[in-house]
Design a protein around this ligand. Sequence first.
Ligand code: ADE
Length: 220
Amino acid sequence: MKIDILTLFPEMFEGFLTESIIKRAIEKDIVEVNIINFRDYTTDSHGKVDSTPFGGGAGMVLQIEPIYNALMDIKKDDSHVILLTPSGKTFNQKKARELSKKKHIILICGHYEGFDYRIKNLVDEEVSIGDFVLTGGELPSMMISDAIIRLLPNAISSDSLESESFDDGLLDYPVYTKPRDFKGMKVPDVLLSGNHAKIEEYRELERKRITEEKLKSEND
Ligand code: ADE
């Protein structure tokens, strides 16, 4: 898979691409990630990519031209183009699975006060990571790339992807490790029993309990 990220702030991606599972997935050629500064595609002699809004209003608006030029350069027939914006459809694990099947994903990070509305005509879909406003699409693009990359074959062990949170509508069961007793907080006896049927049953019940608890807390 190839992921191209269009941004004005390439340095924000350094840590993300050079640590842990993402770093290893890149090294193992499971994914290719390219950070593309779309300022390189402006025809403005001063490198400007934004301008004041027609009709007046606060702030600067990202122009369509540099985004269009960048897409003309990198987009292929099998590319899937996503615009990160709070007004997009909210990202979730189902969307991560769907996107992990694509060959080439292009993520466009908006910034400043907004972008020329016509940019919407250049993309396949608009995605938000939640009902809050960030300073730009960089963090959302990293979150979405992370959620996709860990699902790619051999990025992490396939055991870790089994019975994952959200896949069947339920959250994952809780896990514990040494010590058995930490300042009076004990590991549940059933997990130390060696009885695998009982452990399985306990874990299924815990998944339901934790999911219900989350749903309840979200309605509070
Ligand atoms: N850009 C700014 N806020 C965002 C959000 N919540 N989701 C996606 N892109 C964004």
